[in-house]
Design a protein around this ligand. Structure first.
Ligand code: 13P
Length: 436
């Protein structure tokens, strides 16, 4: 039985405004589906009217139509930022073609490290953790030439969503120009879980609806919430339930705000557990997560998942091949994730650059029900930050490395990565007790 409020939420979600944001981020060129007959009927007359005007060559009619549509889209964007009930206007805006995150050969650049985490990375290469240095580093990432070829979305930390290049161009505009959707980390980090064996819970639900609306206005079109599950510390029932419930509430709230949620229950690499143990825990966590996602009326086809790959813990003496990791990961996902889910965008979790690409490539040797791709932070950025190390003269070289990392993972998304031609680093990026 749904409460009135929940029913209202579902109806609100179904509003075209949300479809537009979701369709864009999920890789569709328009929101039209069979059930959208009414909207198509409303748009088509405009189209034919414009084309049939007597005495005017067809090319001019098309020109006027596209001019009219782009003008209308501008109005829609302005209206939407103030009033999300301008239902009719959205029909026209859907016609615009968009680049997106789940097109073949594309993935996500995670660059949403908190100020503290970004700071420790900077300090690790001898750069002081100041706002300006974080901005300089993120400008390097965002302005990488041709980044949009293999990157469809970039997850930003709140600070970055509002920052600009040194020449004053908003980061959001730089991303949009490359066809990259700006995303935003919306959780407020991990806290110790009382009465557990050193486990944690993820905070950030308070005020989330208001923050999500603000982020949308600022240009964000998708979002991320990262909860973690520790195998050596449990996982306890209460930790898994809290992780799953928090993710579901977050996803429901953000879908209502027009943001496509990335659902990320990270199974930490820390520990000596085997691949088989990871499999058991991951299956339990995803079963619980989908139960709460369904209970909260989250639309599966308008969200993305960000799982860890199913492999051995960092200190497990037995190592597995990429094929074994891929097989276990896909078996787990196939038994837990509905095919309606649009995309599986893996985290790298401390794997080396090369391993994260090899594992992804192995998973794409067969057709999958979902787009199986990457949303890496460390596995995309590790060599980049070390090469830059705060030196402006090294920006071009560092950007070339990022571009190459994105390209190789784009190939792995297609199952066409060739390790013999790879420049990926084989060093592990794992750090014990890593926080984001
Ligand atoms: P890593 O790829 O470094 O695990 O980070 C991805 C991420 O976004 C974690 O939340």
């Amino acid at each position: 039985m749904h409460s009135m409020r929940l029913r209202w939420n579902v109806e609100a979600f179904e509003r075209i405004s949300v479809r537009r944001a979701s369709a864009r981020a999920l890789g569709r060129d328009s929101i039209f589906s069979l059930s959208d007959g009414i909207s198509i009927r409303l748009v088509l007359p405009f189209f034919f009217l414009a084309r049939r005007r007597k005495g005017r060559p067809q090319k001019y009619s098309s020109f006027f139509l596209s001019f009219f549509l782009s003008f209308f889209r501008r109005i829609v964007d302005v209206f939407y930022s103030q009033n999300d009930s301008v239902f009719f206007f959205f029909f026209v805006s859907f016609l615009s073609q968009q680049q997106n995150m789940t097109k073949p050969g594309k993935g996500i650049l995670a660059m949403d490290e908190s100020n503290a985490t970004c700071g420790s990375r900077l300090e690790g290469v001898g750069v002081e953790n100041t706002e300006e240095n974080r901005r300089r580093y993120r400008e390097l990432l965002i302005t990488t030439p041709d980044l949009g070829k293999h990157i469809g979305g970039a997850i930003l930390f709140e600070e970055t969503l509002y920052q600009s290049t040194k020449d004053g161009k908003a980061f959001v505009d730089c991303l949009n120009e490359q066809g990259i959707y700006p995303g935003i980390k919306v959780d407020k980090g991990l806290r110790p879980l009382a009465n557990s064996n050193g486990e944690s819970w993820c905070q950030g639900l308070d005020g989330l609806a208001d923050r999500a609306a603000e982020y949308y206005k600022q240009g964000a079109r998708f979002c991320k919430w990262r909860s973690v599950v520790s195998i050596p510390s449990g996982p306890s029932k209460i930790a898994v339930t809290d992780c799953a419930y928090g993710l579901a509430r977050y996803a429901a709230i953000c879908q209502n705000a027009g943001l496509v949620p990335i659902v990320e229950p990270e199974i930490l690499l820390d520990g000596e557990h085997t691949l088989e143990e990871t499999y058991e825990v991951a299956s339990a966590v995803w079963a619980e997560t989908f139960k709460y996602l369904a209970d909260n009326n989250v639309m599966f086809d308008r969200m993305l998942l960000k799982p860890s790959m199913v492999g051995p813990g960092a200190d497990c003496p037995k190592r597995n091949t990429p094929e074994e990791v891929a097989e276990a990961t896909l078996k787990m996902l196939n038994s837990r994730v509905p095919p309606a889910t649009a995309g599986i965008m893996f985290l790298s979790g401390g794997l080396s650059e090369l391993d994260s690409t090899l594992y992804l490539n192995a998973m794409n040797q067969q057709p999958n029900p979902w787009h199986v791709s990457f949303s890496y932070a460390r596995a995309l950025q590790n060599s980049v930050i070390k090469t830059w190390a705060g030196d402006d003269a090294m920006v071009g070289k560092a950007q070339a490395i990022l571009s190459r990392r994105a390209e190789e993972n784009g190939l792995a998304q297609l199952g066409k990565f060739n390790p013999d031609e790879s420049l990926a680093n084989t060093d592990s990026t794992f750090q014990k007790n890593y926080v984001y």
